[in-house]
Design a binder for this molecule. Structure first.
Ligand SMILES: [Zn+2]
Length: 449
């Protein structure tokens, strides 16, 4: 007999409302509301909010980027995620030119399998588009890989796609029923900015050679592609309010976007610190007014979802290149911070509207973009019983973004979010902000059909 759990007296958070109700879990699924009969386990959630499990669609774990290994393995990254209520992770598989797409998938699956706490799924970046390359892509789609990621920059790393190539790939993937994620920075505008005389020893140069105009221009091109193709597009890590406003205005295009806590809580002044290289990431941190305007847009609901773009490098890798910022690997930690900073963004706002907005930003929208809604991302009978029981007014504590040997991205910020219980498919896997049992918390890949 599967275990039945009843969560009593809590406030369930739906995407459009709050509701005081009991919640019955049966085995791996949500069974019913308002019913507590015959439960094996009772959880008292008085004074707590009950969210659908959080989903971070944009994380980099146990990979090699810019020639350096990431600081977080699947085990450490998914550990801090799950104890903070993130029950599903999205991560990336990038094909190398000398390997098949299947080999790239096998390699990534081997790293996550048996190590990932919580469920996970993959976004694929194939690099071969000849006939056999497309055959491999179609095979991957048949096996349940339905999100793909492309870049309008990083020509040197071999990741770049021109707009025309991109349009062709997007159309073909759309015909296969897939969604495409795009990193938007216009390569020509970046090259122009980088050809100016700049001081490569100064971390703040990074903000100047990756200007906001490059992101905005690329987003406009993608909106055009979306309009022409009818494809479903998702723009990752939008760092500019102008970019979000362009997407919001494109009512006739099926386009969504995400932004990340570092664009909402940090600005380019961090790059002027003596240790400014620790905050190098792409797109770069923006001006103070852009940061504030972006926060307003998130509060207004103009951004579909929040994701961490967690990409932690070791302290040594971040600090060593000192005299030339072009050698500093780009990326910051953020997984453990995501729910805390999302809540902080709505501090002082009316809970009746703020909490449902958080459920949209952290659960419902990411589940929709990943194609796993309504199995995930919502509280409804039949959905996976991935739940976060939390208090929004706990004691103030420092934010911890990563368990790896990497610099903290938000050393000056604190959080009052208290994670009381985390359920993964009906099993209680974390309590009081700590993982309970490593084995119980192991998840599964959602791409396999
Ligand atoms: Zn990323």
């Amino acid at each position: 007999m599967p275990m039945k759990t009843c969560i009593k007296n809590g406030i369930a958070v739906f995407a459009d409302r709050l509701e005081q109700t009991d919640l019955l879990l049966d085995g791996e699924r949500i069974a019913a509301f308002g019913s507590s009969d015959a439960a094996d386990i009772l959880i008292d959630a008085r004074g707590c909010f009950i969210f659908p499990g959080f989903i971070d669609l944009h994380t980099h774990l146990d990979d090699v980027i810019a020639g350096r290994p990431l600081a977080d393995t699947w085990r450490s990254g998914s550990h801090i995620a799950l104890q903070n209520g993130i029950t599903t992770l999205g991560s990336f598989i990038t094909q190398r030119r000398d390997e098949s797409l299947q080999a790239a998938i096998d390699c990534a699956q081997a790293k996550a399998g048996g190590n990932a706490h919580g469920d996970y799924l993959w976004h694929l970046t194939p690099l071969r588009f000849d006939e056999s390359g497309w055959r491999e892509i179609e095979e991957a789609v048949e096996r349940g890989f339905t999100t793909f990621k492309f870049y309008t920059t990083y020509r040197e790393a071999g990741l770049y796609s021109g707009y025309e190539e991109l349009e062709g790939r997007i159309k073909r993937l759309h015909a296969l029923g897939c969604r495409v994620l795009v990193h938007c920075e216009d390569e020509a505008l970046l090259l122009r900015a980088q050809s100016a005389k700049v001081d490569w020893r100064d971390p703040h140069t990074h903000a100047r050679v990756r200007p906001a105009a490059a992101e905005i221009a690329a987003i406009r091109r993608l909106i055009d592609i979306g309009r022409k193709s009818g494809a479903r597009l998702h723009i990752v890590h939008v760092s500019t309010p102008e970019g979000v406003e362009a997407i919001r205005a494109a009512h006739d295009v099926r386009i969504t976007c995400e932004t990340c806590p570092h664009y909402l809580f940090l600005d380019e002044s961090y790059l002027t610190r003596p240790d400014g290289q620790r905050w190098l990431c792409a797109p770069p941190l923006r001006s103070s007014w852009q940061r504030q305007r972006l926060c307003e847009l998130v509060r207004q609901g103009a951004v579909d979802l929040l994701a961490s773009d967690h990409c932690a490098f070791s302290k040594t890798d971040k600090d060593a290149p000192g005299d030339d910022i072009r050698r500093v690997p780009g990326g910051v930690a953020g997984l453990g911070a995501l729910p805390h900073l999302a809540l902080r963004l709505f501090a002082g706002e009316n809970k009746e509207t703020a909490m449902p907005m958080l459920a949209r930003l952290l659960s419902q929208s990411p589940a929709r973009v990943a194609g796993i809604h309504p199995r995930k991302g919502t509280l409804q009978p039949g959905a996976d019983a991935d739940l976060v029981v939390l208090k929004s007014d706990g004691p103030e504590r420092p934010i911890v973004s990563t368990l790896a040997d990497a610099w903290e991205t938000y050393p000056a910020l604190t959080s009052r979010l208290e994670i009381r219980h985390v359920f993964l498919r009906g099993r209680r896997v974390a309590g009081n902000g700590k993982l309970l049992d490593e084995q119980q918390a192991m998840g599964a890949c959602l791409c396999k059909v």
